[in-house]
Design a protein around this ligand. Structure first.
Ligand code: BG6
Length: 258
């Protein structure tokens, strides 16, 4: 009814945050698997939530890539820059996906839409440790890594393990290992099984999952019934202060599976 569409879904949000073991859940109506505009609603909700929550002054926002993040980025507005200086940085290295959904592109779009600034990180995906060790000291990379380490906000999505493995063109032996280990979720380059155990990690630089505990504002944004399983698995690792922004379809599917 009209009230529930104005008020959101307070009861479901409460039940879901309890189920997932995190502090905050926000639900928008619809199913993003069928209605792409739902992803934009997630972005609008992120915009209003950030505008309410973020402290005045300087905020360093680390963002991940992906199609969800790309849609969300389009919905941020200059309201966020009122009394604030925003600096967007890609949360991890990882040039390798389609250019328009790379974290660098997302950060640039977010900066443009809010009137903030952004920095890029140019580090290829899947390079050996010997290759990227010296890169960490590069004058074009080190300052960005320092900024990432100082982020007070993180915004990321969660993907299905196999979807992400193929989208990233991961080597066959890794895909086989992911299958053997029953990987179902991916976030930040980490792959998780149903119980939230890390079964594989892409060796990339930047934010690590353990760093999240120290970050005051963490937003996980993932929607569509298809993502329920991945969300459930990832949330075993989510820090309690996480805000999970999702749609009704994912929420219903998660609650049904409980
Ligand atoms: C990737 C992120 O770019 O997007 C992943 O690096 C995330 O951590 C994934 O899981 C989700 O993608 P999408 O397209 O489903 O939003």
């Amino acid at each position: 009814g009209i009230m529930s569409s104005l008020m959101g879904f307070p009861q479901k949000e409460k039940r879901l945050s309890k189920l997932l073991g995190i502090d905050h859940v926000l639900i928008v109506s619809g199913n993003s698997d069928q209605q792409p505009q739902v992803l934009h609603r997630l972005g609008q909700l992120l915009n209003s939530t950030l505008s309410m929550l973020l402290p005045d002054g300087r905020n360093v926002i680390a963002a991940m890539g992906g199609t969800t993040m790309a849609a969300v980025a389009q919905e941020l507005t200059p309201v966020l820059s009122k009394d604030r200086q925003l600096l967007f940085v890609p949360a991890r290295g990882g040039v390798g996906e389609r250019v328009d959904i790379q974290a660098n592109a997302i950060c640039s779009q977010m900066a443009q839409n809010t009137g903030g600034e952004h920095r890029s990180l140019y580090v290829p995906e899947n390079v050996s440790e010997q290759t990227y060790e010296p890169l960490l000291k590069e004058p074009s990379i080190k300052p960005v890594l320092d900024l990432i380490a100082s982020a007070n906000v993180v915004v990321h999505s969660i993907g299905g393990a196999m979807t992400m493995a193929s989208r990233r063109h991961m080597p066959t032996e890794v895909v086989t290992k992911l299958q053997q280990d029953h990987a179902v979720a991916e976030a930040f380059g980490y792959f998780f099984d149903e119980d939230g155990q890390v079964v594989y990690k892409i060796p990339r630089i930047g934010l690590q999952i353990l760093d999240l505990t120290e970050i005051p504002y963490v937003f996980a944004i993932a929607a569509g019934a298809n993502k329920a399983k991945a969300v459930q698995a990832y949330m075993h690792n989510a820090p309690h202060q996480t805000w999970f922004i999702t749609d009704e379809a994912a929420a219903n599917s998660l609650l049904k599976g409980a």
